[in-house]
Design a protein around this ligand. Structure first.
Ligand SMILES: Cc1cc2nc3c(=O)[nH]c(=O)nc-3n(C[C@H](O)[C@H](O)[C@H](O)COP(=O)(O)O)c2cc1C
Length: 187
C-alpha cells in the first residue's frame, strides 16, 4: 500500500516497483489503493453510531489475506501521511490484530536528500507499538526523481530494491521450504 494517492506519486511508483519485483519472483501481489476505500477520518462517534465502515472491513480483509505487507508512505512534516495512518487505524478497528504475524516492510521516497528517515522512524515506532513483525531495515529512496527513468525506477535502484525485498520476503520462502521439507518427511 502507498500512503499517497497523488498522480505521479513517488511512493506509489516505489511500491509498484516493489510489487513488480515480487511478481517476477513468483509472489501474488494485491496492490491496495487506499484512496479507493474513501474512509472517513476516524471518529469514535461514527464507529459508535454506524459501526466500522464496510470499506474498513474490506481493507482489513485484504490485509488479512496477505502473507506479508509492504507500506510506502510520503514523509509529511516528519511523519507518515494522514491517509496511511487513518487507513491503519480503521483497519485495526475492523480487526485489531490484522497486521500481526506478517513480515512488514516499510519504504519511503522523497524528492529531498534525507529519504524520509524521520517519517520512517515514526512509522517504525507505530508498528513497534503494535508489536508487529517489522523488518529491521526500511527502504529509503532519497532524491527520488533522480532515480527515475521514463517514470520508472532505474536499474541501480531496482537492484537495491530487489535485494531488500528478497530479505523482507525471506521468511515466506523459508516457510514454504519448511512445509515442503515436512511434507517430504511425511512421505
Ligand atoms: C504537507 C507536506 C509536508 C511535507 N513534509 C516533508 C518532510 O517532512 N520531509 C520530506 O522529505 N518531504 C516532505 N514533503 C515533501 C514530500 O516528500 C513530497 O511532496 C513527496 O513527493 C510526497 O510523496 P509522493 O510523491 O509519494 O506523493 C512534504 C510535503 C507535504 C505536502
Amino acid at each position: 500500500m502507498s500512503g499517497s494517492v497523488r498522480t505521479g506519486s513517488l511512493n506509489t511508483t516505489l511500491i509498484n516497483a516493489a510489487g513488480d519485483i515480487a511478481v517476477a519472483a513468483g509472489h501474488d501481489v494485491d496492490a491496495l489503493d487506499l484512496g479507493t476505500f474513501h474512509l472517513p477520518l476516524y471518529d469514535g462517534d461514527i464507529e459508535q453510531t454506524h459501526g466500522v465502515p464496510v470499506a474498513a472491513t474490506e481493507l482489513a480483509s485484504r490485509v488479512a489475506q496477505a502473507d506479508a505487507v509492504l507500506i510506502a508512505s510520503p514523509e509529511y512534516n516528519g511523519g507518515p501521511s494522514g491517509l496511511l495512518k487513518n487507513s491503519i487505524d480503521w483497519a485495526t478497528r475492523a480487526e485489531m490484530t490484522v497486521f500481526a504475524g506478517k513480515p512488514i516492510g516499510l519504504l519511503c521516497a522523497t524528492p529531498g536528500s534525507k529519504g524520509g528517515m524521520v517519517g520512517i522512524g515514526v512509522m517504525t515506532s507505530i508498528f513497534t507499538h503494535m508489536m508487529l513483525d517489522l523488518h529491521g531495515e526500511p527502504f529509503s529512496l532519497a532524491k527520488a526523481y533522480d532515480a527515475l527513468e521514463d517514470g520508472a525506477l532505474n536499474a541501480t535502484e531496482s537492484a537495491r530494491l530487489g535485494a531488500w525485498l528478497a530479505d523482507v520476503l525471506a521468511p515466506l520462502t523459508t516457510d514454504e521450504s519448511d512445509r515442503s521439507d515436512r511434507s517430504g518427511q511425511a512421505e
